[in-house]
Design a protein around this ligand. Structure first.
Ligand code: AGP
Length: 621
């Protein structure tokens, strides 16, 4: 989730190259703000001019004011959301190759970068950073050195890479050209008059042109002041019709969605896919992102304690069912702010898993420190690279959800569950609870989740309509059982924090032990229904819960698995999601509840991205 901008212009237009790139980066900064950098190409210069700084774009602007770069005929710029390598000046993009003659910027994750880096190192390449991007840059330069044009070198490089990427590259020997390539990561072309643009999305250039061109998978694009040429992966020219961008600039920052939360709900297929990408190497080893815990320590673990707050703690509750089932290790899930005050039994054989989107939640930071003081090892599952929890934990597994701007957490929740599943699968294999074929089957089932989440998003209009019809409701209950119970808790939290109405999630089996007294005529109740398939299905028990509340006048709205025809017999309305393995169902069944809360709050005219009384990261205890 980085911001990328490219520009080429002729004559007096070229004098504005840096300005165009910097203003584009400013509009893209929400996509990543760990560092920023630009590379400028000027005719008759042997090297590109580069400026790059860790931190927000303002740091780069200050550096450029103190040490201006020359006018340029071509320019590329980048704001970084770190995935490989901490947010430092050295790891900031652009990265240089060919002795400073070639510069490259990148959004994505190259899965085979270690193998390529080893080959380049054997060829004598010296690396200046830890990034996968620099590997691509030196590979590109090696292709150029064989006599290929920058465009043909990019085509060849793209074929050698595995993973997800958007690249932009410039070569001082081709001062009027910027070349781009994309796979599983966005890149859009802006068509101007005597100038052309590239961007992660249209917001990069929308103030200069509304005529745009989409690029498909594995296509390479070459822009010059006089034209734009698109090539497919074989190098054949592709004819692509431009389109008119109808969004205004602020809508474009949200990808055309009305709110960041809606955009981030729609980012969820990518958030899950990116979190999964390239995680398990050819030896079945989980690729952590930082730190290390010895396998012998992990093999000696006799208890896992998850510490987290809010939505992150519900991700931990989902993970508990999976990790206990796969690894046969007891898992406790503790609210971080309660953890250290209960004098927990924690020691060297305890593995603490700290889950946090921001990595700055003070309650969770303090729980991590307490656990480490007691001798436990801590693995952090966090979204923000280089955050406090990531730095203080013994090991880190980053969720790759990209920046989550809306205060209400959505894509981070799915990414946290996904990362926790990966940790469970890794431990199950390490400790011998699962055979390799079982591990492969679990990973294959996880790989199917992004497309299934997309199907839920594509069929979300009914739940949106229901939300608008319920804008005046004063209280909503949510029931779930087994992994559906944390989904009920999360659905209730979303409604509380967005629509400011009373909402409560219950374990469905708990209803008759008191909460059913709340149910009266017309009371809306959402029920997360387990799959009807499988020997130990709780389906019939939860159907009974639906009947219990319905008999007392409740309006019953059921989230069920496609094909579950029985659900319709007891529900006012059923919202179907694709079938999935029982433990993975929360990744799908929570999505309608996220959308319901978003739409009901929107119907009430509330600020969905910045709800009252809340902060994106609670940095006080
Ligand atoms: C979720 O929608 C809330 N914004 C809140 O519960 C949040 O999940 C909690 O504060 C934890 O934040 P963290 O993941 O950044 O640690």
């Amino acid at each position: 989730m980085c911001g990328i901008v490219g520009y080429v212009g002729s004559g007096e237009a070229s004098a504005r190259a840096l300005g165009v790139v910097m203003s584009g980066l400013a509009r893209l900064e929400y996509r990543g703000y760990d560092s920023a950098g630009v590379a400028l190409v000027t005719a008759d210069r042997e090297r590109v001019a580069v400026a790059k700084k860790a931190g927000k774009l303002v740091n780069l602007a200050k550096a450029l004011a103190e040490d201006p770069l020359p006018d340029a005929t071509a320019a590329i710029g980048h704001t970084r959301w770190a995935t490989h390598g901490a947010p430092t000046d050295a790891n900031a993009h652009p990265h240089l190759a060919a002795g400073g003659r070639i510069a490259i910027i990148h959004n994505g994750i190259i899965e085979n970068y270690a193998k390529l880096r080893a080959e380049l190192t054997r060829d004598g390449v010296i690396f200046a950073s830890e990034t996968d991007t620099e590997v691509a840059g030196h590979w590109l330069a090696r292709e150029v050195d064989t006599g290929l044009s920058l465009t043909d070198a990019m085509l060849s490089t793209a074929r050698a890479l595995e993973g997800a990427f958007t690249f932009l590259a410039v070569d001082a020997r081709e001062p009027h050209t910027v070349v781009g390539a994309r796979r599983n990561s966005p890149l859009v072309v802006g068509l101007g008059d005597g100038e052309n643009f590239l961007g992660s999305d249209v917001v990069a250039f929308i103030e200069h042109t509304r005529v745009a061109l989409e690029l498909d998978q594995d296509e390479v694009v070459e822009i010059t002041p006089d034209g734009v040429t698109v090539f497919d992966r074989t190098g054949a020219v592709v004819v692509r019709e431009p389109y008119e961008v109808t969004w205004d600039a602020s809508a474009a920052e949200r990808g055309g969605f009305a709110t960041f939360m809606d955009k981030e709900i729609h980012d969820q297929p990518a958030a899950v896919a990116d979190t999964l990408r390239g995680r398990i190497d050819e030896h079945g080893k989980l690729q952590l992102d930082g730190g290390y815990i010895d396998d012998r320590v992990l093999n000696s673990v006799d208890k896992i304690v998850v510490v987290a707050c809010g939505t992150a703690s519900y991700a931990g509750l989902v993970a508990r069912y999976a990790i206990e089932h796969w690894c046969r290790i007891p898992v406790e899930v503790e609210l971080a702010h309660e953890f250290r005050y209960r004098d927990p039994v924690v020691g060297v054989r305890t593995l603490v898993v700290a889950i946090s989107q921001s990595g700055e939640t003070m309650d969770t930071i303090m729980a991590v420190r307490h656990a480490q003081q007691q001798g436990a090892n801590v693995i952090a599952i966090v979204n923000v690279q280089g955050s406090t929890i990531a730095r203080e934990a013994d090991a880190v597994l980053y969720t790759r959800a990209g920046p989550e701007i809306a205060v209400a957490s959505t894509k981070a929740f799915l990414a946290q569950i996904t990362a926790a599943f990966l940790l469970g699968i890794f431990l199950a294999e390490l400790r011998g609870n699962k055979f390799p074929d079982e591990i492969s089957a679990l990973l294959a089932e996880l790989d199917e989740i992004p497309a299934k989440v997309q199907r839920v998003l594509d069929t979300s209009q009914p739940i949106r309509d229901l939300a608008h019809s319920m804008a005046n409701e004063r209280t909503v209950l949510f029931l779930g059982r087994h992994v559906g119970y944390p989904v009920a808790l999360e659905g209730a939290l979303k409604l509380k924090e967005l629509a400011y109405i009373h909402a409560e999630g219950f374990a469905a089996g708990e209803l008759k032990h008191g909460p059913i007294a709340l149910v009266e005529e017309g009371q809306p109740v959402f029920i997360i229904l387990p799959s009807p398939n499988g020997r130990h299905s709780l389906h019939s028990k939860v159907i009974s819960n639906v009947q219990e509340v319905r008999a007392r006048g409740a309006r019953t709205f059921v989230i069920a698995e496609e094909g579950d025809t029985e659900a319709a017999d007891y529900a006012e309305q059923v919202f179907y999601v694709p079938a999935s393995p029982v433990l993975m169902a929360p990744l799908l069944k929570v999505v309608p509840l996220q959308i319901f809360a978003l739409e009901l709050a929107s119907a009430k005219g509330f600020d969905v991205d910045q709800p009252r009384n809340l902060a994106k990261s609670v940095t006080v205890e």
